[in-house]
Ligand binder design. Structure first.
Ligand code: DLL
Length: 430
C-alpha cells in the first residue's frame, strides 16, 4: 500500500474542511466546558462555543502562547483529571520549568498513527530494522518514533541518544536499515564512523528520519552523501504531540497532518493571517486531542504553507522547511539573520563542515556576529594559508549573499561540541 491512511492523506479540500470543522466545533466546546483558561479567554472576547460553527471561524478564537503554559504549569490547561491521563511528556525547558505534554489513551493512539504515517511515507516497512537514536524519556522524540515504528511492526533497536561508538557498532552488527535521530546527531554518528574506519555507505542503512531542530537542504545532502542514504524529515513540538505534526514524503515535501493539527500562518507583528505561500509564523490548533488541546498556539517557528498538488498523491497541505525560530533570529547591521542561512553558506563554500557556532556580542551599540566553524580535513592539511583562505571565502560569501560583515574563525578540529540531540548553534554574549 502506498499510504498509511489513504482516506485522510488524500482527502479533497472540501471534505477536509468539513472534517476539520466538525473537530474544531467539538474541541472548542470541550475546552470551554473544562478549562478555566479557555472559558475566560473566550468570555473576554464575548465568544460562546456556539459561535464557532466551521474551521473558518478559527480566527475568532483566542491565541495560546508559551507563557500561558508556564503560568498554568503543570496541568492547569488539562481538560481531563490526572487519573484519566495515559502519559505525560515534557520539553527539556532550557530556562525554568518544562512545557508539559499530557496525553489520554486516545491521544496516544492518534500520536502513534501520525508517526506511522510519517515513517510509512518515508519508506519504513515491517521488514525494516530501525535504530532509534532520539533521546528516550520525557523528550517526545524517542518514544514518538518508537510508537510509530511499533504500529508499522518493524524491528526496533531503541539505542537512544549518546554513546556514539556503540551506535556505530550497532549499525554494523544489527544492520539497521533505518536510523531515527536529530540531523546533528546523524552527522555526529557519521563523523564518528569515519574516524573508526567504518564506511556507513557500505552498511545496509538506507533511510534516516531526522527532525527536532532546524537544518538546511545542504545539511540533508551532506548527511545523505556521508551515509549513502536518503534522509527524510519529521517536524513537531511537545505542545502538539511531539514529532508527527508534519513529515516529508518521497517528493521531499513536508505534509502537515492537518486532520489532527490545523496550521495557520500569521504575520508575527499584526497576528493577522497571511495569504497561502507567504512566509510568517506558524500557529497550530489541535483539533482531535483531548488531554490538553491548545487553540492557536504560537510556535515561533517561521515558515510558509503551500497548497499545491504533490506528486506523492497526498493532498495534506505542505509547509516549507522551518527557516528558524523567531527567538533565534539575529539582527546584525539591521539585517535579520537566521542560523540556518549561515549553515547553508558554510556548506555552500565547500571547505567547511556543518560544525559551527554563532557567537553574538555587542560592539558599541550594535550586535556583531562571529562564525566559528570547523573546516574539512583537507583544509587543515593545507596549513595556515589554506585555513586563512577558507575563512576569507566564507566571509566573502556571507557578505555577498546576506549583505553583512561578520568575523569568521576556523577552529581547530574537534573544538565544536558534537551534538547528541539538538545542536546549540548560538552563543549569546550580549
Ligand atoms: O523536537 C519534537 C520532535 C522530535 C520533532 C523528534 C521531530 C523529531 P520539542 O522539543 O518541543 O519537540 O521542540 C519543538 O523544535 O517548535 C521547532 O522549533 C523545532 N523543530 C522540531 N522539528 C523540526 C524540524 C520536538 N524538522 C521545536 N525542523 C519546534 C526545524 C524543528 N525545527
Amino acid at each position: 500500500m502506498q499510504y498509511w491512511n489513504e482516506q485522510y492523506e488524500t482527502m479533497n479540500l472540501e471534505e477536509m474542511r468539513k472534517f476539520q470543522s466538525g473537530k474544531l466545533v467539538e474541541t472548542v466546546k470541550w475546552l470551554y466546558e473544562r478549562v478555566g483558561f479557555y472559558k475566560k479567554a473566550m468570555d473576554e472576547k464575548g465568544l460562546k462555543p456556539g459561535d464557532i460553527t466551521s474551521i473558518d471561524d478559527i480566527a475568532k478564537l483566542p491565541f495560546t502562547v508559551k507563557n500561558d503554559l508556564r503560568d498554568n504549569y503543570p496541568f492547569d490547561l488539562c481538560a481531563v483529571p490526572m487519573e484519566e491521563l495515559d502519559r505525560v511528556h515534557a520539553s527539556s525547558g532550557t530556562t525554568g520549568k518544562p512545557i508539559t505534554g499530557p496525553y489520554t489513551l486516545d491521544d496516544m493512539k492518534q500520536w502513534s498513527q501520525c508517526m506511522a504515517r510519517t515513517l510509512w511515507a518515508q519508506g519504513v516497512r515491517p521488514n525494516d530494522i530501525a535504530q532509534n537514536a532520539y533521546g528516550m524519556g520525557l523528550f517526545t522524540g524517542g518514544l514518538g518514533f518508537l510508537h510509530g515504528a511499533m504500529e508499522i511492526g518493524c524491528c526496533i533497536v531503541p539505542s537512544g541518544s549518546g554513546m556514539t561508538d556503540r551506535q556505530v557498532m550497532l549499525l554494523q552488527d544489527f544492520g539497521a536499515t533505518a536510523l531515527f535521530s536529530t540531523p546533528s546527531y546523524a552527522l555526529t554518528i557519521a563523523e564518528r564512523a569515519e574516524s573508526m574506519g567504518v564506511d556507513i555507505r557500505k552498511l545496509p542503512l538506507r533511510i534516516a528520519s531526522c527532525g527536532a531542530e532546524p537544518w538546511t537542504v545542504e545539511m540533508r545532502k551532506d548527511i545523505e552523501a556521508r551515509m549513502g542514504i536518503r534522509a527524510h524529515e519529521a517536524y513537531g513540538l511537545t505542545e502538539m504531540m511531539g514529532p508527527g505534526v508534519s513529515f516529508s514524503c518521497e517528493e521531499g515535501r513536508l505534509h502537515v497532518n492537518e486532520d489532527h493539527i490545523f496550521p495557520e500562518i500569521l504575520d508575527p507583528e499584526t497576528l493577522e493571517p497571511v495569504p497561502l505561500g507567504t512566509q510568517g509564523e506558524l500557529f497550530f490548533t489541535a483539533i482531535q486531542r483531548r488531554a490538553m488541546p491548545l487553540l492557536r498556539y504560537r510556535t515561533r517557528d517561521i515558515t510558509t504553507l503551500v497548497r499545491k498538488k504533490c506528486d506523492c498523491g497526498r493532498t495534506l497541505v505542505t509547509m516549507e522547511k522551518i527557516l528558524g525560530r523567531s527567538d533565534d533570529m539575529l539582527i546584525i547591521s539591521g539585517v535579520n539573520v537566521f542560523p540556518s542561512q549561515i549553515e547553508s553558506l558554510i556548506l555552500d563554500v565547500g571547505l567547511m563542515e556543518p560544525l559551527y557556532q554563532l557567537r553574538v556580542f555587542k560592539k558599541g551599540y550594535l550586535d556583531s556576529l562571529k562564525v566559528e566553524v570547523e573546516a574539512k580535513r583537507e583544509v587543515y592539511d593545507g596549513g595556515p594559508e589554506a585555513i586563512a583562505n577558507a575563512e576569507k571565502a566564507l566571509k566573502a560569501k556571507i557578505q555577498s549573499t546576506i549583505g553583512i560583515g561578520v568575523g569568521v574563525e576556523v577552529l581547530p578540529l574537534g573544538s565544536i561540541a558534537r551534538s547528541e540531540g539538538k545542536a546549540k548553534r548560538v552563543i549569546d554574549e550580549r
